[in-house]
Design a binder for this molecule. Sequence first.
Ligand code: NAP
Length: 284
Amino acid sequence: MTAQLIDGNALAAQVRAEVSHRVQALKARDVQPRLAIILIGEDPGSQVYVRNKVADSEQTGLAATLERYPADMAEADLLARIAALNADDSVHGILVQLPLPRHMDSHAVIEAIAPHKDVDGFHLASAGALMVGQPGFRPCTPYGCMRMLESIGMQDLRGKHAVVIGRSNIVGKPMALMLLAANATVTICHSGTPDLKAQTLQGDIVVAAVGKRRVLTADMVKPGAIVIDVGMNRDEAGKLCGDVDFANVKEVAGWITPVPGGVGPMTRAMLLVNTIEAAERVSR
Ligand code: NAP
């Protein structure tokens, strides 16, 4: 069997087009949706991420402002800046790029963002809303994975067994909750899971969110399963690759996401969805 590809680039383009449409509708009512991005320090990866976020926003008509501060910025100054953005009605979404410099308490910084502007979906209020099935902002990566499943007709996962490898607060745990909300039976695995293969072989859907190459190999996948690869790693040649042994797993799986061109572009696109959603909610 050769799996069908879930093309993250194509789906993300479709999502961006939908966002553009919603932006135009708000602009017609004199509302300019706006995302404020804060970058502290010079981390090269973060610089690329924020540049992409600004470019993606502008492409859809969302206004994005990037504020850059030195790595030695005082946490109190950052909190004051976030408070000002919270109070600014022209700003609908606030994103503080992680990781923060070591002297800052990331938890305190995220909690300082007003929940109705928390477009990254990392605030405790957002996590709580997801937990109890209330409207809130969903973390972009698992939200993008759910959108990928929907794109292949997998909205209601009743009767499906989903296996999530990884339990981080920003990917694995919210992913599991979203799958559960879509009526899947969910197993969460982590570094302490004995016999990972016995678990993944049960999965009609397997989501790998570990950060290690070849965590999921062909012998660990049930024939026809849907495989979503969240991992971002580098191979020996320095090329971007996921957690899944793509070349071999695609011969067993029914559907598979590639890396690059899979979950990554969808994560970027879902930030735009959360931002337009934030603007629409306060403009209703
Ligand atoms: P993380 O916080 O490091 O979590 C990794 C998880 O994998 C942990 O729960 C860990 O278990 C588990 N794990 C480690 N080794 C394992 C093993 N051998 N078997 C089973 N589970 C194992 O990472 P993260 O932030 O969730 O990110 C995961 C990956 O996704 C990374 O490659 C990251 O770069 C990528 N990512 C991609 C996107 C995107 O847009 N494409 C977005 C976010 C993250 P313990 O909890 O027991 O330690």
